[in-house]
Ligand binder design. Structure first.
Ligand code: ADP
Ligand code: MG
Length: 253
């Protein structure tokens, strides 16, 4: 039987940056894939090239070698195909929450009345109801991240790239956001590629996890997460989870 191509596939991605003092090898031949509707995490040491990889996937940074395939088509260098939430939350401080959330449609010149209506419909799911006129400075860290995520989900792209979306949050908020993100994902069912440096977060959320090495990054380990869904917080202390965590940590350290 014909097996469907992965939704997203990276083949042999290499990248070096040229800097004043020379040549900085960053990605050393990355091969990975995500199937349709799969939640895949990338874990790796700080500075190994995870954000660079995301910038390459969405065409913001050119590769030296390798290909990016979306539904089997080479999309290298093309922009606008992926829903991308960069590592720093990029809410504009002078815009209200709602105006931040509809920035994408506004830039693309789409119907703003419809964009606002769609955004308002989703405010409760994103825990932002009643805050649409607030400016980012008056929102909590968790709310700002949910607003940035709402903007990403509203783009309605089939593949989302989320770069450490919870990295700056305190531990409790982070856990709440993880469970919440899974609920949202169960509803929309996009393919998600998720960067984190938190091994537990990667296991809790994902169907598969890739561990990247120190820079120049290679894939050190690919691990399936055979835990049942919907995921429950109690699973974190179970033997299957602990075993997966040990395998990931061993590959990282
Ligand atoms: N535009 C750039 N020019 C030169 N070096 C860069 C650039 N962007 C990132 N780097 C370097 O590439 C390496 C990987 O960075 P990055 O992709 O941000 O890693 P990560 O997201 O895994 O922390 C780092 O050493 C960083 O300093
Ligand atoms: Mg990064």
């Amino acid at each position: 039987m014909h097996k469907a191509a992965p939704k997203l596939q990276l083949c042999g991605i290499r990248k070096s940056y040229w800097e004043q003092w020379g040549h900085l090898a960053t990605l050393d031949g990355i091969d990975l894939y995500a199937n349709e509707g799969e939640f895949v995490s990338l874990v790796g040491p700080s500075g190994c090239g995870k954000s660079t990889l995301f910038n390459i996937i969405c065409g913001l940074v050119p590769t030296d070698e390798g290909t990016v395939l979306l539904d089997g088509q080479d999309v290298g260098g093309k922009i606008g195909l992926f829903g991308y939430m960069p590592q720093q939350d990029l809410l504009l401080p002078w815009r209200t929450l709602l105006d931040n959330v509809i920035l994408g449609p506004e830039i693309r010149g789409e119907d703003l009345t419809q964009a606002r209506r769609q955004a308002r419909e989703l405010l409760p799911l994103f825990g932002l109801e009643g805050f649409e006129r607030n400016y980012p400075a008056t929102l909590s860290g968790g709310m700002r991240q949910r607003a940035a995520l709402l903007r990403t989900f509203l783009g309605r792209r089939e593949v989302l790239l989320l770069d450490e979306p919870f990295g700056a949050l305190d531990a409790l908020t982070r856990r709440q956001m993880q469970s919440w993100l899974l609920q949202v994902w169960h509803r929309f069912r996009q393919t998600i590629l998720f960067v984190t440096h938190d091994v537990e977060e990667a296991i809790f959320l994902s169907d598969r996890v890739y561990v990247l090495s120190e820079r120049p990054a290679r894939v050190q380990l690919e691990l399936s997460v055979p835990l049942s869904r919907p995921r429950q917080r109690q699973q974190v202390t179970g033997p299957a989870f602990v075993e997966l965590k040990q395998q990931l940590l061993a590959a990282l350290l």
